[in-house]
Design a protein around this ligand. Sequence first.
Ligand SMILES: C[S@@+](CC[C@H](N)C(=O)[O-])C[C@H]1O[C@@H](n2cnc3c(N)ncnc32)[C@H](O)[C@@H]1O
Length: 334
Amino acid sequence: MPTETSQHHQSHPPTAGCLFSGMGGFASGMLKAGYDVRWANDKDAYACDAFRHRIPSVRLLAKDIAEVYPDDDNIEPVDVLVGGFPCQPFSVAGPARGFEDERSNTFYEAIRLARTLSPKPKCLILENVPHVRRWMDRLTPALNEAGYHFGNSNVWEMNVKDVTGIPQDRSRIFMCAFSMNEFSHNPFSPPPPPKNGALLPLADFIDKSQQADPSLYLPKDSKYYKLLADKIESGDARNLFHLRRTYVREKQGELCPTLTASMGLGGHNVPFLEDRWGIRKLSPTEVARLQGFEDLEVFPVGMSRAQKYRLVGNAVCVQMACLVATEIRKVLEQ
Ligand SMILES: C[S@@+](CC[C@H](N)C(=O)[O-])C[C@H]1O[C@@H](n2cnc3c(N)ncnc32)[C@H](O)[C@@H]1O
């Protein structure tokens, strides 16, 4: 099993803490970028199981962030605090009630934790969906009042397909704030987008050469089978297909559509493909690969397929997190 190896060999790598750590996409990216990840926090039991399984070396506080206190929990200060606070309140996929939605409190909890660590983290990296920009007028002053330089020019928006070569269409933003105690201004601005990044073939991530688990195939008498079969026949069978409420969407260009936590809700939220044995959903291992998880054993034994899909859909793409972590490390080491 590939290990969480460091690409850097410094004697004192920067330290990091991971909030909303999920199954550890961001944490893995930080480790890949050479950070010393000291601790992580998530309240979801399945996410914690997967995190411990994948990254047993990192101390995990398995509880609500609102109950995490540096003194009581004996959490050490870190150079960089990262977190993808829950995106549901801000996502176009839902009613997008923003700060009217009580789940948005997690953003303020992250800031509360940064403030109570002593010394405060030098840098905060907050990941979310691009639509969160609509609430910059709330996010920016909260970060500034907490003693962090932050503004629109410190937001890095990227798409997985453009920056990692992984063929998933997934846009995310990373808000990078720097402590006023350590910096006279925010030293980070997003680097220019990479030129002509080669997209890896879908075939590197999905396996059509052999029959998958039979339970992944749609029964021919399913009401969705004909809908999908017709669309695949009139489209390009090399592509992936996504079932919407009443129709099928073909994702053009051999790309995977954005993977979401709703994949775990059952129904047909997982992308479909056609192979020699029929029409089937992508497997949990395939969607995990499309989020940058390289481990051979990504999930704990016995975890249900629904939980695997949900955790993967919730994750930060490992390579994208590594990219951000690497840029921030350069800034910190300048
Ligand atoms: C979008 S996922 C984050 C994925 C993760 N950052 C990664 O690196 O792959 C959001 C996570 O926040 C966690 N979460 C939501 N509310 C929380 C809370 N009040 N306290 C702690 N964790 C919470 C969820 O359990 C979920 O795992």
